[in-house]
Write a protein that binds this ligand. Sequence first.
Ligand SMILES: CC(C)(COP(=O)(O)OP(=O)(O)OC[C@H]1O[C@@H](n2cnc3c(N)ncnc32)[C@H](O)[C@@H]1OP(=O)(O)O)[C@@H](O)C(=O)NCCC(=O)NCCS
Length: 173
Amino acid sequence: MSGLAPNTIGQPNRPVLSLQPVQALDLFAVHDIEKTAYSFPWSLTAFQDCIDSCYWVQKLCSHSLVEENIQGYVVAMLVLDEVHLLNVTVRPSSQGQGWGRFMLQQLQQWAHSQKAQAIWLEVRASNQKAIALYKAFGFIQKGRRKAYYPDAAGQREDALVMSLVLQEGGVCI
Ligand SMILES: CC(C)(COP(=O)(O)OP(=O)(O)OC[C@H]1O[C@@H](n2cnc3c(N)ncnc32)[C@H](O)[C@@H]1OP(=O)(O)O)[C@@H](O)C(=O)NCCC(=O)NCCS
């Protein structure tokens, strides 16, 4: 799968962003972000497995004149006519600048290109930031999986199941 064209999300002085396929060489950088962003991070092998399985595994790159930095990533898989969002993460020091929303917009475009009818995801019930992002994007809660995730207190935490239905033109309904 080829990367999407570089895409600005902001105003002058905002970096140019692009999504590009994660390569084996990127895995340590991606995993470093994963470890800083989650209490229960994916393993390096989990990312490698997603690449090996030909899932949509994209890095979010910010470009300046002198360098390119990985600021986040998104992992999704197509199952029949549904896309399942497995991971979307922005480097903690870069959060809150619209980059999570940018990746969801790119995900939606990709889902449309795959002729998917809907995007599904699971999110920790306590993850208010991510839930706010998904709701702002049009995702609707469709269910709840009890005690789905481990939590820091050694207990279990529910997952909210959310979906975004796509029209033929790729627009949310
Ligand atoms: C969730 C995550 C991907 C959002 O990315 P981001 O770049 O920080 O978010 P954005 O700047 O694009 O914000 C988009 C929307 O998210 C919500 N949001 C972002 N930060 C928020 C905060 N601190 N509190 C509440 N809502 C917030 C808002 O709805 C925001 O829209 P607004 O700016 O119009 O208010 C990012 O915070 C992250 O990587 N978190 C850790 C990993 C994670 O939890 N991933 C999701 C797993 S299901």
